[in-house]
Structure formats: structure tokens, C-alpha cells
Design a protein around this ligand. Structure first.
Ligand SMILES: [Zn+2]
Length: 676
């Protein structure tokens, strides 16, 4: 095949510029990647070896305009591999990952290229604001990867990175082995009290292992409901203790030594790069910026969360004593008594709710909120997409095309679990007005033919969440891909998505769009009230188990690495007064967020950081008197949704809100403000 006949490498046609999915086949990916990598390497060499003095226009701009075909091939391939995987595509993905990491490390260790970037960076005061920002981001990407190191330090950095990659993989594999190897068979009498769905899951878990009857496994989707519903305290204890011991057994799957070595290597890596600690290094590009800011946030949530959890523990202990069980409430009791209390206080049955939450109506609701806030209009378009279940819309404001939006909502074999927002093209202005092509991928249950697709309230929330990410792309208005759309700090990227979830709960939105699939009647007020109240249930427990994990993660990466992480973990929990019946959401030997890779190391706090901001940002609309206040919507678009990463996240937030976020709205939203 020649490049000319490969649709992945073509310039895709206006007005939408969608990839020609009807002509792309699996045979195009490997040769497409080869051709695109060859072109990208030639571009990098031309930039690095240029004879003219380095300037923004001959160094940074071509890095931004370059590798365009590589971008096309990868965005299409990874979209298809994640939404419709096959054995062939999995094999391609392995091959692509190896080739890409080789290419990326070639670029980041290209000394001539780095010298030119550093020269442009040194003179960045003379550049425009966006150009200076983009230059700074390139410079930091390179220096933070060790591009400025020389000699022995450079070699040591290479060794550390390789060793960390290996340890991260071992940590994950040990965890998987411990999860796979443990089962607890249930005799028929042990099934008492378990709802049908738990019994069915326990039966299929046994079948998967070639066993008769029913078993409990350490999969979250089985063990959590077992702990919630089983009245057998002895079995709950046995299952719970196995669950929290993952990665903590003597022998070949022990993760404790691995965690210690990872922490020591990260500390060394940060010091080679000139930082005081790994947390200083990791937090520098984030909105939080410093370990002290993270600790302040976590501790201001900790005290009210703990007070709320302790009040709940007293209620649950009372319920347990009424059951004739004496002694303290234990960790394996919490979910069981909490579920009983939930049923008593918030009698809410998902099946009562479901007919009111139709997928198509919820899509309309998400679009309608965007119309009211930002003046956007949506019209379905007919275009070949990656899968027949996917749908596409053009989004306009007045006559102007703002973006193309692709929604791929139904679960299927071969689709990665969870939900996410991606883009097949980023917004930028390097050669005219290029608008984003945004994707939202979910895993909602597909209805039988002719039936409406119905969602749970969590599903509907997910739909709004992902559409909030989509708005970050749709409204993006910057010049460079580097800072376009969702290209922002990790602890800032969830702000638009979590914020958008609030509009789902606006009463007049639910009244209009939560209508019964058969009768068309709006959801009764009483049901609506119970649904909203249920969403803040047991927040003391959830906040305590989360914040404890986030505090341990932070402490591990501040200062010198602990020689014995388990001892350090115990010390931290004792310092903060961890309640007896609650354990960390993820203890060290199975804290995959922190040890399977670098992604969330000293970054586990960021979920809560984003929640503080989304609550505080939505409170701005409430203070203005309306969830659709025009002035607030305009500020949100100007300073956040259109601004991408054009400025530091704290500056963007301050411009929107007039101040930094406070925790009050989060405590109120979680129902924790009453406890203290
Ligand atoms: Zn998200």
C-alpha cells in the first residue's frame, strides 16, 4: 500500500474533518504508523539541526504544527482500540506502545533540540502570552524528564526510570495474583440475606473458576455487596481481612518491599532534578503547587469528616447491639449496618427510578443546559463513525461551527470499561480556525430493540460528567494544541466535568427531562427528593477512608523516603486519629494509584481538590441567584472553558471566582457541615 492510498494519512475533508471511518481498515494502522513516525522523525531532525538562531517560529511552532499525521493515526487507532478491541487490535496496541515510547524518549533526550528550546525559553519575556506559556511548558517537559542532566547523573536517571517501570509492573502483577488466588466458597446456608444479583455474581464467579456453587472473590463488584448484605459476621470478617491483605503476604507477591524501593527511587529522582522532595517535584505543575497546600486542603476536610463518621459509628454500633452483637463496631461491620440504615432512612429503589431516566432525554438535558448557559445549538449529522452505535452532532453558536460531538453510549464486548472523553482532533488556530472533534464514550446497558435505553442516576451523572469534559474542548479558544481544551493540570482537569454534574440536579432540568418512558409524566417530587438525598448518604465514611489514603500518599513523598512504609503508614493514621471501624480506602501494599505507576503518586488528593473547586464554582451560580446566570456563564467560558491551559490553573480560577476556592461548599455538598 502506498501512503497516498492510506485514508489515515489524508487531510480529512471539511466542514467536519471527521476521519473516514468507512474506508479505514485494520490493515491501514501499522503502515500508517510507520509512515507517520518517519515523517515526525524527519521534522524533529529538521528543527533540532537548523542552522538559524533558535526562535519561537523556527523551534516551538513547528513542534506544535508537526507530527500531524502521527496525531491522526494515533487518535483514530486508540479510539477504535478502546471502544472496539479485538485480538488483532490488542496485538497492534502492544506493538504501537513500544514504538511510541521509543520515539518519545528519542525526542525528550535529543540534546540539540533541548538546547534550542532552552534558548527560546531564556528569551521568553519577549514573546506573546500564549507563546511564552507554550514555550515554558515544553521547557518543563524536557527538564522534568532529565533533559538538562549530564554525565553520571544522566545515566543514573535512565537507570532509575527503567527500574521504576519494572517495579510498577511487578506491584500490579502481585496485586492481580493475590486477587485471583483467593476465593471463599459459600454453602447454600451462607447465601441467606444476599440479594439475587449478589447470588448470581457469586455463582458466575464460581463457574469462571470451574467450581460448583457460589464463591466470594476479591473483586470490588462482588466483595463490597457481600459486605453490605451478608448477615454472617464471621464470613464478613474473613472476606474483609483477605481483601485488605492484598499485596501484604510474605512470599513472592509481597508488595511491601517494592513500595519501599519505589519511594526511595522517586526521592532520588527528585533530588537529581534539584527538588527537595518527590512531592515538590510532582506538585510543581499542578494547581496545588506545594505539599503544604495539599495538606491544608485535606486537613480542613478531615476534622468534619471524622466527626460525621464518628456520629454515624455510634448509630451503627447501636444497631449492632440490637442484633445482640457486643464489643466495638469493626471494619467488616460498617457496610452491613450502613446498608440497613440506608434502607430504613432512604427507601430508594433503583427500579422505581429507572423509567424516568431515559438516555435520549438525558442527552437532550445535557445539550439544553449548554444551550441555556453558552448559546450552543446541536443538530445530528450523518457521517461514518467508528461503530454503528455511535452518533454525531454538529455544535454551532449562531452560524459558527464550534465542534463536532460523537457520543458512543452503549456497553459492548471489546469496549474498555468506565466512561471517558477524548478527542479525534484538538481545537487550535495554527492554520485557520480548526475546531475540535470530541468523543464521549460510556458503558450504559443497551436496550432490546424498540425499547428506550434507561439509565440509573449514576449513569445520568456520568453522562453529564463526560459532557462537561466535552465542553472544555467545544468552547476551547486558544492558538496552540499544547494548551487546547483539556490540556491542563491534573488537579484542574476534573473541574469542568464535576461542575457540569451539578446541572443534572437543578430541579427545573429534572422536571423537564426526567419523564416516565411510558406515560411521559415527570418524576414525582417525593421520588426526586429521595433520589437527591440518597446521594450524600454515608459521606463521613467515604470521606474518611479517602482522605486517610491521600494523607498517607502525601506523607510518603514528602521529605526522605520511609525505610519501612508500613510503619510510617501506621504512624500517620495514629497521628490523625483514624476511627477504629474505618480503614484506608487503599492501604500501601495495594495502593495501585500510587505504586503501579507515577500517575497519582502524591496526586491522590486531586479528586478532592477538584471537588472543592466544582462545589465552590457552582456556589457562584447559586450566589448569583440562578443556575443559568448569564454573567456567571460568560465568566466560566472566558476564564475556564475557553482558556485551556493558556495560564496557570490558579490564575484561571481566580479570574473566574475573584478568589481561590474554599472548602465550605464541598462540606455542605457532602452533608459534612452539620457534623462538626
Ligand atoms: Zn472526568
Amino acid at each position: 500500500m502506498t501512503d497516498a492510498s492510506n485514508p489515515l494519512l489524508e487531510t480529512w475533508t471539511p466542514p467536519y474533518g471527521l476521519p473516514p471511518f468507512d474506508r479505514i481498515t485494520d490493515a491501514h494502522y501499522a503502515p500508517g504508523l510507520e509512515a507517520a513516525l518517519t515523517e515526525a522523525r524527519a521534522e524533529i531532525a529538521a528543527i533540532a539541526n537548523a542552522q538559524e538562531a533558535p526562535t519561537f517560529d523556527n523551534t516551538i511552532r513547528p513542534l506544535e504544527t508537526g507530527a500531524r499525521k502521527l496525531g491522526q493515526v494515533l487518535r483514530v487507532f486508540f479510539h477504535v482500540a478502546a471502544t472496539d478491541s479485538t485480538a488483532e487490535r490488542e496485538a497492534l496496541q502492544k506493538d504501537f506502545s513500544g514504538k511510541l515510547s521509543a520515539y518519545n524518549s528519542e525526542v525528550i533526550t535529543n540534546a540539540a533540540l533541548f538546547r534550542r528550546i532552552a534558548a527560546v525559553w531564556a528569551a521568553r519575556a519577549d514573546l506573546g502570552a500564549e507563546e511564552a506559556r507554550v514555550t515554558d511548558l515544553y521547557y518543563k517537559d524536557f527538564t522534568r524528564s532529565g533533559a538538562a542532566l549530564e554525565g553520571a547523573a544522566k545515566d543514573r536517571m535512565t537507570d532509575i526510570k527503567a527500574r521504576l517501570a519494572l517495579l510498577g509492573t511487578e506491584f500490579t502483577q502481585n496485586l492481580l495474583a493475590d486477587e485471583r488466588d483467593w476465593v471463599m466458597p459459600l454453602a447454600n446456608g451462607d447465601l441467606e440475606g444476599l440479594p439475587d444479583f449478589v447470588i448470581a455474581t457469586a455463582k458466575s464467579a464460581a463457574e469462571e473458576r470451574g467450581m460448583d456453587g457460589h464463591v466470594v472473590t476479591l473483586s470490588r463488584s462482588l466483595i463490597v455487596p457481600f459486605l453490605q448484605f451478608s448477615p454472617r459476621r464471621d464470613l464478613r470478617e474473613q472476606a474483609y481481612e483477605a481483601w485488605v491483605a492484598r499485596g501484604e503476604h510474605d512470599g513472592p507477591t509481597d508488595n511491601r518491599g517494592i513500595a519501599a524501593e519505589i519511594l526511595a527511587l522517586r526521592d532520588e529522582r527528585a533530588k537529581l532534578l534539584g527538588y527537595g522532595s518527590f512531592a515538590d517535584y510532582k506538585l510543581e505543575p499542578e494547581m496545588a503547587k506545594t505539599p503544604a497546600a495539599v495538606r491544608d486542603l485535606l486537613m480542613s476536610v478531615w476534622a468534619p469528616a471524622k466527626a460525621s463518621a464518628e456520629a454515624d459509628a455510634a448509630v451503627l454500633t447501636g444497631m449492632m447491639q440490637e442484633d445482640g452483637v457486643n464489643g466495638p463496631l469493626e471494619a467488616w461491620d460498617w457496610r452491613y449496618y450502613s446498608e440497613k440504615r440506608r434502607q430504613a432512612e432512604h427507601d430508594l429503589d433503583e427500579s422505581e427510578l429507572k423509567p424516568y431516566l431515559q438516555l435520549d432525554k438525558m442527552i437532550d438535558a445535557a445539550f439544553d443546559c449548554a444551550a441555556r448557559l453558552f448559546g450552543l445549538s446541536f443538530a445530528p449529522i450523518d457521517a461514518p463513525l467508528a461503530h454503528p452505535d455511535a452518533r454525531a452532532w454538529e455544535i454551532r453558536r449562531g452560524d459558527r461551527l464550534m465542534a463536532v460531538f460523537v457520543g458512543d453510549y452503549f456497553a459492548r464486548a471489546g469496549k474498555r470499561s468506565g466512561a471517558w472523553c477524548g478527542s479525534l482532533r484538538s481545537q487550535h488556530k495554527l492554520d485557520g480556525d480548526t475546531r475540535a472533534i470530541v468523543t464521549n464514550v460510556c458503558n450504559f446497558a443497551k436496550p432490546a430493540a424498540g425499547q428506550p435505553a434507561l439509565l440509573s442516576f449514576d449513569d445520568a451523572r456520568t453522562l453529564f460528567h463526560e459532557f462537561g469534559h466535552a465542553l472544555h474542548h467545544i468552547l476551547s479558544d486558544v492558538s496552540y494544541p499544547m494548551i487546547s481544551g483539556t490540556s491542563v493540570a491534573r488537579d484542574f482537569v476534573e473541574l469542568p466535568s464535576q461542575l457540569y454534574e451539578h446541572w443534572l440536579e437543578v430541579p427545573d432540568v429534572l422536571q423537564r427531562y426526567a419523564v416516565h418512558a411510558e406515560t411521559g409524566a415527570p418524576m414525582p417530587d417525593d421520588l426526586l427528593g429521595r433520589m437527591l438525598a440518597a446521594s450524600t448518604y454515608d459521606m463521613g465514611f467515604q470521606t474518611v477512608e479517602y482522605v486517610a489514603s491521600a494523607l498517607v500518599d502525601l506523607a510518603f513523598h514528602e521529605g526522605a523516603a520511609p525505610a519501612d512504609p508500613m510503619a510510617r503508614q501506621a504512624e500517620i493514621l495514629s497521628d490523625i486519629g483514624m476511627p477504629h471501624a474505618i480503614r484506608m480506602r487503599h492501604a500501601t501494599p495495594h495502593f495501585a494509584h500510587v505504586f503501579s505507576g507515577d500517575g497519582y503518586s502524591s496526586g491522590y488528593y486531586s479528586y478532592m481538590w477538584s471537588e472543592v473547586m466544582d462545589a465552590d464554582a457552582f456556589a457562584a451560580f447559586e450566589e448569583a441567584g440562578s443556575a443559568f446566570d448569564a454573567d456567571m456563564a460568560s465568566k466560566l467560558e472566558t476564564h475556564i472553558l475557553s482558556a485551556g491551559g493558556s495560564e496557570e490553573a490558579d490564575a484561571l480560577y481566580q479570574a473566574f471566582r475573584g478568589r481561590m476556592p474554599g472548602v465550605e461548599a464541598l462540606l455542605k455538598g457532602r452533608g459534612l457541615d452539620k457534623a462538626a
